[in-house]
Write a protein that binds this ligand. Structure first.
Ligand code: SAH
Length: 349
């Protein structure tokens, strides 16, 4: 398969070039793109193409087809968590959530993650690979087919660091937002990063209208260094100016993610330090009650501490919300299902 082209990873403009090469008119590219966005598994399903063209495409290209290795449906709120198995046997997680305004999906961008945040279940030494644009896209296509629904919002907050897989994520964004594809506008997409400064600057240059979420989790380098190894390379004095530049260039408010960890980053002193750090910035703070990860000594903040922290920020004029927790009964948070499946595989052997 390696020498064939992954056709679902191709942006429509690249498909037009491919069709030109094959001596086909440009509108064939649109037809193929539409079929791929409907989640077909083979070229034979593209019934408005001639048999000869289908055979030619099958000779040069392949279509990725993931399989659903596991599916867990929350009895509380209908959240569905998928474990997809990819062509090479790697497994990735995807979460489909139902909100009042429609379906939102949380996508993985890498199989594993090398960032090493201490509170996160996705970190696995050495076991990382970038997902292709097709593999990111497939998570939506297959969840939609499985449930018979249409997704209207995307968050790149599953396993992986999206800006560490920059080119593929960008191609995916252009594919998923294309009017002839799923047509999900950038304003309905959030991209979450642990703070890779040069890539934040690169993204800002594109002036996309997506929401950039920055995983902050601490108001000082002393605390952030302990939680997120990335802070050694890009400490707050580099990260915060990059966030300000991002807002200046795109006009989009940054959303700061802040996982509330008992006794670590949730004190009144931390709230005051965070107010100082964000002073005068157009932003939004999203407090996340820490999801417990098996084997971790870190605990979520108490409800009272969380409210007090939120109020301290709001009093200083910082828009602060608390993330609603969905799918608590199905290990819906990052990396947990994948970890369990991997552990069970080991037990089975
Ligand atoms: N690598 C990206 C996106 C994936 S993680 C990033 O770091 O932003 C998505 C979000 O979930 C991040 O804000 C991450 O810090 C947070 N997160 C990871 N593990 C968590 C946990 N156990 N509890 C609460 N939030 C967690």
């Amino acid at each position: 398969m390696q020498d064939k082209l992954c056709i679902k990873s191709m942006h429509p403009a690249a498909l037009v070039s491919l069709m030109e090469e094959l001596g086909q008119p440009a509108y064939r590219a649109q037809q193929v793109f539409r079929w791929l966005s409907m989640g077909v598994s083979s070229f034979d399903e593209m019934t408005n193409l001639s048999k000869a063209l289908r055979a030619e495409l099958a000779g040069r290209c392949f279509i990725t087809v993931p399989s659903i290795a596991r599916r867990q449906v929350s009895a509380h709120d209908g959240t569905v968590k998928y474990l997809f198995e990819l062509g090479d046997g790697s497994c990735i997680e995807t979460v489909l959530m139902k909100y009042e305004h429609g379906y939102s999906i949380c996508l993985s961008t890498q199989a594993g993650c090398k960032m090493g945040c201490v509170f996160c279940a996705s970190y696995e030494k050495g076991a990382t690979r970038n997902l292709t644009p097709a593999e990111i896209y497939d998570q939506i296509l297959w969840a939609q087919k499985d449930r018979g629904v249409r997704v209207s919002n995307i968050v790149l907050m599953g396993t992986g660091e999206p800006l560490d897989n920059y080119d593929n994520v960008l191609t995916f964004l252009r594919i998923v937002s294309h009017p002839q594809g799923l047509n999900i506008g950038m304003r309905h997409i959030s991209l979450s990063t642990c703070g890779l400064v040069p890539k934040i600057d690169e993204l800002a240059q594109l002036r996309l209208q997506l929401t950039l979420s920055v995983s902050l989790h601490a108001p000082t380098n002393a605390i952030r260094d302990k939680l997120m190894p990335v802070n050694k390379s890009y400490p707050l004095e580099k990260l915060m100016p990059a966030c300000r530049r991002y807002f200046e260039l795109t006009g989009r408010r940054i959303s700061f993610e802040y996982a509330m960890i008992r006794g670590v980053n949730d004190t009144p002193q931390c709230a005051a330090a965070l107010v100082r750090l964000l002073g005068g910035m157009q932003c939004h703070v999203n407090l996340i009650p820490l999801n417990h990860v098996d084997g971790s000594p870190l605990k979520p903040s108490t409800r009272e501490d969380l409210r007090a922290f939120q109020n301290a920020l709001i009093r200083k004029g910082i828009t602060t919300t608390v993330r609603r927790s969905l799918g608590g009964d199905i290990d819906a948070s990052c990396g947990q299902l994948r970890r369990k499946a991997a552990a069970q595989k080991e037990d089975d052997q």
